[in-house]
Write a protein that binds this ligand. Structure first.
Ligand code: KPL
Length: 273
């Protein structure tokens, strides 16, 4: 069972496929390729494509299958219950790398943290894969998922509404960036994330480190794709509403980006509900 299928032939999927082969017999499966029987898969599609992918993939899995989902955001997990076998989530910091004209030149390696979301992941089964991709096991993964969600919630919507690179947020939109961080900080503390108390500092460091990048949300918008912000902002707005915390900057940003950002429920084919 050494073969890994890579589902999703975008920049990240292609990059993962290159790094798996030949040791792990990676095979790339794009949108139009029929699924073979799948023992092990890396699923690299946009969050809003996961519900329909889960439905079409399900008949090709079995109780001993292992799928690792490399996706941004939160809110798609319930759709993954349609997949048999063990399911893991990968929180990845890999990013498409762009030149000064904004043209994609590849993907930075970054880091990946892997944890279970359905069934317990067997470390020995992952052992050949993880070092090839610079990934590590990190259980429970939910804290890491929220942690990345906090960083993305601060940077991504602002870069989209201002049409700017990550670094320009520090130069031209710092007050709004800080207001957003201040609104999210009590939520981050409530969740006891390691970021607590340091959200603004970490967000600024990330903007600096990725200064020349277009965020994934702006890249999606420029490529006329939906953004994944429907899986990034609503979890924070729901938590804020539950705790009675007022987040006006976040709520206003969500209003601005919602037309481009499908929600998890709107992506599930109605025939399966
Ligand atoms: O994860 C990212 C994204 O664009 O989705 C950041 C960290 C903001 C880098 O661009």
């Amino acid at each position: 069972m050494n073969k890994w299928h890579v589902l999703g032939a975008g920049a990240l999927g292609q990059w993962l496929h290159r790094h798996l082969s030949p040791e792990l017999q990676g095979q790339l499966i794009g949108r139009t390729t029929p699924y073979p029987r799948i023992d092990q898969a890396l699923i690299c599609v946009k969050a809003y494509d996961l519900p329909s992918l889960a439905l079409s993939l399900a008949p090709h899995l079995h109780s001993d299958s292992l799928c690792l989902v490399v996706a941004n955001g939160k809110g798609f997990e319930s759709f993954l219950q349609y997949l048999a076998g063990q399911i893991g989530l990968v929180i990845s910091t890999a990013a498409a790398w762009r030149d000064s004209q904004g043209i994609s030149q590849g993907v930075t390696l970054g880091q990946g943290l892997v944890g279970s979301i359905q069934g317990k992941l067997e470390p020995q089964r992952l052992a050949p894969l993880l070092p090839l991709l610079n990934w590590q096991l990190s259980e429970p993964i939910e804290q890491q998922q929220w942690q990345k969600l906090a960083l993305n919630a601060c940077i991504n919507p602002l870069t989209l509404v201002h049409g700017c690179r990550n670094g320009q947020l520090l130069e031209q939109h710092l007050a709004q960036l800080q207001a957003l961080c201040a609104e999210l900080e009590p939520l981050v503390s409530h969740l006891k994330l390691p970021l607590a108390g340091a959200l603004a500092t970490q967000v600024q460091a990330l903007c600096q480190a990725t200064a020349n990048n277009h965020s994934s949300s702006l890249q999606d918008f420029l490529a006329k794709r939906p953004t994944e912000l429907g899986f990034i902002l609503p979890p924070w707005l729901e938590l804020a509403a539950r705790l009675g915390i007022h987040c006006p900057t976040l709520a206003q940003l969500w209003q601005q980006v919602e037309p481009y950002s499908p929600l998890p429920s709107s992506q599930f084919p109605s025939s399966a509900c």
